[in-house]
Design a protein around this ligand. Structure first.
Ligand SMILES: *Cc1c(COP(=O)(O)O)cnc(C)c1O
Length: 811
């Protein structure tokens, strides 16, 4: 009996009866309850286990296939994963949706009841974390041997409540009632050091001994990541910080000092307590750097352990391993791998550096200067003294290389140094570029601007290192699961459901855009999705802006549009108009006051319009609370118009734009991020473009930007800003207006008129419903490129150079 091949396992049932038997045995033996007394939660946990068992069996076969082939592995390091709800996904990926639905009926529940209990691990802030989730999905779907590493935060992204007073934040104890999708693996625990000092090693120039001052344990657990339409099941491995047993002070406890007795343990476990709800700016907090090092230290030791299972020595390491850094958060891995190789495994510096550089690749996710991570040198010195020494040495050797290429160019050396001066800071993006083999941006424009601006010196030094890999999204989660009606129609229209794995097949819908009966059904589905969402009149134009709140994304521009519509309706109430439902959703970082003002302003505007009998028949503003993946899956299928209105040159890629276009929403957007690529594919006649481009925007200040001029010359803009300034929409509105009038960092006023004119074109197109529906179908048809399966194929071919390892079927 070959246990490694999974032979000898009792086959898990494939019929509804067999599934039901497995469900019952899980209910009795694992959950310890009975059919008569099973609560909805008992049923949910038991169903999840029964589905999970089927994936676990595939996982065992995947591990066996990987072990046998000893392949090159991809390790994806990310401080964030926004995985979304698990049950529906795992039902789909295990092909058990129908038999499970039947089986749970026997327990007296419906699948829908149980889906309402499903957890959403909110281990990320927004786009970056959701990208990580889409990429691990697609790695499994493409049979790429991969592990995603992350942190198992006890508290995920805060739960948001929207009231007329704006945003309130509540803690998100996402696994409070347990997480049935997760396997703890305490045997793979790691030990992580912090603080302390370093000591020289006699006879060695480069080796040191680091004596940490604090030791914390990292305990992993993993969640299964199944591929769709394939046998592969990969994992995401998440680390929890645990205090060592010795940290409990029994003598203090005995003396009644209860708080003091657990003080050290609490401090250790705080490392994985909470996800930083901050999207782009750095808090400069020690705990955040601790989190980053904790993730990196645990993951690298685990990667080395896994390498050692099948390989000896270090010669093959870079050949068998590629570690992708998702933004700069895990960049300290470069110094940590050097430390492990030099100090612990006693490799020569040059050899260690060659291995390190070949092992890592870095994805940059921003263009905002304030989002480029830097850490004070003094903090590094205290928290990670050995790593700072290593970074100094890396930097010295690197600057020598620059000096050799550009002799005497001191200014260049200063610009490129990993250490910034006054104040002295460690520049993580520079370390990430220096210590990796490939650097990529996440959309064509973004990669180009990285080369031309943010990282221009590095691109000049190493042009071949810089690449573009345009982001993508999972068609399973964001079309098949989110929009079952549209998925069925697409499958019917194409005569096959292979598009779910091969999204470019959506091109086949192009000819159906000319078919009146297909258009009618397409339109009816959009309407039915709007009825389900129940956000407003399903016959109104559903205009959605769903994303994190940030001034560069320009929700404030959308608000100025809404206020202008409000004024127009009040001034000419008799005119025939396009009724609109404007839907905002998104969170603001709790300390980002300007963004929270915009949220509160929207809530005030919504309430004002609601109360106005003249305006409310034509215009409604809704702001559902707590934007997350689950809510995104509800809103996106119901959207007619997708607002992607960031100032050009600021949004790296965007992925919300892709989700919406694939679900047949038409974009109104600027020439920013992946909007440009969406427009190029769907055709300019099927995209509403407005605003400055990135070069015009970059030049605007240089040529003298005075927001007041726009205020003076545009009566409608003036009316909107005057209304805000008057306090008619509260103090938040006054602050928003004053910020726009005085500086307007993101050129909102410069793009206002162009945006409003473009919205008029939107309304004209909407009047001709046949034309609109055609545009909608063509958006879906031409956006197959934006599948994360294609993104992964790009990474695999151009950056990782990995081959798929197919997992044999079980029969
Ligand atoms: C896709 C997604 C995002 C990213 O949206 P952008 O419009 O690209 O900023 C953020 N949050 C959630 C929950 C998402 O699903």
């Amino acid at each position: 009996m070959d246990l490694r091949q999974g032979i000898g396992l009792r086959k898990l049932g494939k019929t509804a009866e067999e599934f039901q038997q497995d469900l019952l045995s899980n209910l009795y033996y694992r959950r310890g309850t009975t059919v008569e007394s099973a609560s909805a939660r008992d049923a949910y946990e038991t169903l999840s286990q029964t589905v999970r068992d089927r994936l676990a069996e595939r996982r065992a076969r995947t591990a066996a296939a990987h072990y046998a082939s000893n392949p090159r592995w991809v390790y994806y390091l990310s401080a964030e994963y926004l995985l979304g709800a698990q049950l529906e996904q795992n039902l789909l990926y295990s092909g058990t949706g129908e038999i499970a639905a039947e089986a749970v009926k026997a327990l007296g529940f419906s699948i829908e009841d149980l889906e309402d209990l499903d957890i959403e691990p909110g281990l990320g802030n927004g786009g970056l974390g959701r990208l990580a989730a889409c990429l691990v999905d697609s790695m499994a779907t493409r049979d790429i041997p991969a592990v995603g590493y992350g942190i198992r935060y006890d508290l995920g992204i805060f739960r948001q409540i929207i009231t007329e007073n704006g945003q309130t934040e509540l803690p998100d104890d996402w696994a409070f009632q347990g997480n049935p999708w997760e396997f703890p693996a305490p045997d793979d625990r790691q030990t992580v050091g912090f603080y302390g000092h370093t000591e020289p090693v006699p006879g060695s120039q480069t080796r040191k001994v680091w004596v940490p001052g604090e030791i914390v344990l990292g305990e992993p657990s993993h969640m299964l990541v199944p591929g769709y339409g394939t046998e592969t099941v990969n994992i995401v491995r998440l680390w929890s910080a645990k205090a060592s047993e010795a940290s409990f002070d029994l003598s203090r406890f005995s003396a009644g000092q209860y708080a003091e007795a657990v003080q050290e343990a609490v401090r250790a476990e705080n490392i994985s307590k909470v996800l930083y709800p901050d999207d782009s700016t750095e808090l400069g907090r020690e705990l955040r750097l601790k989190q980053q090092y904790f993730l990196v230290s645990c993951s690298l030791r685990d990667i080395i352990r896994r390498f050692r299972l099948r390989n000896e020595g270090w010669d093959g390491f870079a050949e068998k391993t590629v570690i992708q850094l998702n933004d700069t958060h895990p960049t300290i891995a470069i110094a940590e791998l050097m430390r492990l190789l030099v100090d612990e495994y006693e490799l020569e510096w040059d050899r260690a550096w060659e291995i390190t550089r070949k092992t890592f690749a870095y994805t940059c996710h921003t263009l905002l200067p304030e989002a480029l991570e830097t850490w004070p040198v003094h903090l590094f010195e205290r928290l990670l003294p050995r790593h700072l020494e290593i970074i100094y040495l890396i930097n010295m050797l690197f600057l020598r290389e620059v000096e050799a290429r550009f002799p005497g160019d001191d200014d260049r050396l200063r610009r490129m140094s990993i250490i910034g001066e006054e104040p002295r800071m460690v520049r993580m993006a520079h370390l990430a570029v220096v210590g990796t083999e490939a650097v990529n941006g996440v959309a064509e424009l973004h990669s180009k601007l990285l080369r031309e601006t943010v990282l221009d010196d590095f691109a000049e030094l190493w042009p071949a290192k810089f690449q573009n890999v345009t982001n993508g999204i999972s068609p399973r989660r964001f079309v098949r699961i989110a929009n079952p009606r549209l998925s069925d129609l697409i499958t019917e229209g194409l005569g096959t459901d292979t598009w779910i794995r091969d999204l470019e097949r959506l091109e086949g819908l192009e000819r159906l855009a000319d078919d009146a009966s297909f258009r009618e059904r397409w339109q009816a589905i959009k309407r039915a999705n709007k009825v389900d969402l129940a956000a407003g009149d399903p016959d109104s134009l559903t205009d959605v802006m769903i994303k994190r709140f940030h001034e560069y994304k320009r929700q404030q521009l959308k608000v100025l549009h809404v206020i202008t519509l409000y004024h127009r309706i009040r001034q000419d109430p008799g005119r025939d108009r396009v009724p609109r439902t404007v839907l905002f959703a998104g969170k603001a970082a709790p300390a980002y006051h300007a963004a929270k003002d915009i949220i509160r302003l929207i809530a005030t505007v919504a309430a004002t319009i609601e109360k106005d009998p003249v305006v409310s028949p034509y215009l409604k503003v809704v702001f559902p609370s707590n934007y997350n993946v689950t809510l995104a899956e509800k809103i996106i299928p119901a959207a007619d118009l997708s607002e992607q209105i960031s100032l050009a040159g600021k949004e790296a890629s965007g992925t919300g734009n892709m989700k919406l276009a694939l679900n047949g929403a038409i974009t109104i957007g600027t020439m920013d991020g992946a909007n440009i690529e969406i427009r190029a594919r769907v055709g300019e006649e099927n995209f509403f473009l407005f605003g400055l481009d990135a070069y015009e925007a970059a030049n605007a200040r240089i040529n003298g930007y005075f927001p007041h001029r726009y205020y003076e010359h545009d009566p409608e803009l003036r009316a909107a800003l005057d209304a805000l300034g008057s306090g008619a929409f509260g103090e938040s509105g006054q602050r928003v207006a004053s910020s726009l009038m005085s500086w307007d960092e993101y050129l909102t006023l410069a793009d206002f008129r162009s945006y409003l004119d473009c919205q008029e074109q939107v309304e004209q197109a909407w009047h001709d419903r046949e034309r609109w529906t055609r545009m909608s179908i063509l958006n879906t048809a031409h956006c197959g490129f934006f599948s994360s399966d294609r993104t992964i194929a790009d990474y695999a071919a151009r950056i990782w150079r990995v081959a798929p390892v197919p997992v044999p079927h079980d029969d």
